[in-house]
Write a protein that binds this ligand. Structure first.
Ligand code: SAM
Length: 445
């Protein structure tokens, strides 16, 4: 393993907070953890131990091939660094309205967004934002697979959120950072690290916070996190926030091994002391009163009668259907209301559930619909073997009995996506960008 950068080692050694246990642990194997999607099939794993601060999350004894598990593609679970899952416990302590308006500002690939959507459980709205377009697409894919109806994905620079002042009850800023927590898993991170870059990250984080400050409501929360041990990117940034904005630091729930930062604001999860790769988290509440009497303008929504979508299962979750540019979408009524207010201000990658494309009669269904757990057409499903499921996810076509038309393919009862059956063969409609790229092993059962 390559050596750790010398200035980093010196900083840790001279710190009163961290000790040699952290440096030693960075040379050990990282723990593997996953979080289940409680709305989908619970996959049987060789679980060793649950994650103390996150229900439905477990450490695995060894890393299986997630790519070769169809239930991973179906959004039944999400492999996630255990420290990050701590936000689950933090979210439970917040005093939020019945329908919270939440923003995950730096959201790709979507670990914390999927956690947030599970927490919201189709109440309120989650806007997951990612500034880098290619990463925003991956974010949208992971949100689709998680299957909720109140999630929207944007691809905007944080400063664009100035256009939507006083909107959010909660903003999660999982900031781009110098990534010292990655030193354990990703050796490249050691080579890429530099003092200058760490300094640059700290300044960028301040800019990001300042850019979205006005879009937080009075008494709204800012959950700020990084995966680095650098105080300049963590507690020193909190000091800067307290000096520059009217806000207060909130109490956080405690678990064994958490280390209070050197300025008594937030907490570190460090490898060697906790079974994590490294995580910093602090919670603040905005106290500033918003001064403006400008009423937000609502954009017109082109509602579509739900008659057209009668064949879709609705597990007691109310949906509103709407049309944009010959595409049909569905969303929870509350999330659609918020979207209507801010529609023109942001660049949307995903608007609620992309149900399908408009046809003369009805619509052609989209993958987003297939993966939504409360709103999918299960009248014409075909259950696949594991081999067939992986071939489908690989983009292949193979002999499959069935009648002509759109069919929803399932594996262990969990939906994977659509095909268009032509009687003697089928067109594979699984999105090209989502397909398994590796060659499938010949010995798959
Ligand atoms: N929250 C994500 C999760 O749990 O899966 C991980 C987010 S990662 C730590 C930080 C993200 O910030 C990256 O996706 C990165 O592309 C994005 N980013 C990079 N520069 C940014 C900037 N200037 N403003 C906002 N986000 C930025």
């Amino acid at each position: 393993m390559s050596v750790l950068p010398t200035p980093f080692v010196e900083r840790i050694k001279s710190s009163t907070l961290f000790d040699d246990k952290l440096l030693a642990a960075l040379d050990e194997e990282a723990p593997i953890s996953i979080r289940f999607n409680t709305k989908k099939t619970l996959q049987a794993f060789n679980e060793t131990q649950s994650v103390a601060w996150c229900e439905s999350a477990f450490y695995l004894k060894e890393r299986p091939s997630f790519t070769l598990d169809p239930l991973f593609h179906a959004g039944c679970y999400y492999p996630q660094e255990a420290g990050s899952m701590y936000i689950h416990s933090v979210l439970k302590t917040l005093d939020l309205p019945e329908n919270p308006v939440a923003l995950d500002l730096c959201a790709a690939p979507g670990g914390k967004s999927t956690l947030l959507t599970s927490f919201l459980d189709n109440k309120g709205i989650l806007i997951s934002n990612e500034v880098i377009r290619t990463r925003a697409n991956i974010l949208a894919e992971n949100i689709s697979k998680w299957g909720y109806s109140n999630c929207f994905v944007t691809c905007n620079d944080p400063k664009d959120f100035k256009k939507v002042p006083n909107l959010f009850d909660l903003i999660l800023i999982d900031a781009p950072c110098s990534g010292e927590g990655m030193f354990r898993k990703d050796i490249k991170a050691r080579a890429e690290w530099s003092l200058e870059n760490a300094q640059h990250c700290s300044l960028r984080q301040r800019r990001i916070i300042a850019d979205v400050w006005d879009s937080i409501k009075e008494d709204g929360y800012i959950l700020y996190s990084t995966c680095t041990f650098n105080p300049a990117e963590n507690e020193e940034n909190v000091s800067w926030m307290l000096e520059n904005f009217d806000c207060e630091v909130c109490e956080l729930p405690l678990f064994e091994g958490m280390l209070k930062d050197s300025l008594n604001y937030g907490y570190y999860f460090t490898p060697g002391t906790t079974a994590t790769e490294g995580f910093y988290c602090v919670l603040l509440q905005k106290k500033e009163v918003f001064k403006s009497n400008k009423k937000p303008k609502t954009n017109k929504t082109n509602f579509v009668s739900s008659q057209l979508f009668q064949s879709l299962i609705d597990e007691k979750i109310e949906h509103a259907f709407f049309e944009e540019n010959d595409n049909y979408f569905a969303a929870t009524p509350f999330s659609l209301d918020i979207y209507s207010i801010i529609d023109k201000s942001l660049f949307w990658i995903k608007r609620g559930v992309f149900v399908g494309t408009k046809q003369k009669k009805g619509f052609n269904p989209e993958i987003d619909l297939a993966l939504n757990f409360s709103l999918r057409n299960t009248s014409e499903t075909i259950e696949l073997t594991k081999k067939e499921a992986l071939q489908y996810l690989h983009g292949d076509t193979f002999p499959l009995e069935g009648t002509i038309g759109f069919k929803l393919l399932t594996y262990k009862g969990e939906t994977l996506g659509y095909i268009k059956h032509l009687g003697n063969r089928f067109n594979n409609l699984f999105p090209k960008e989502w397909r398994i790229r590796m060659n499938l092993p010949t010995d798959i059962i």
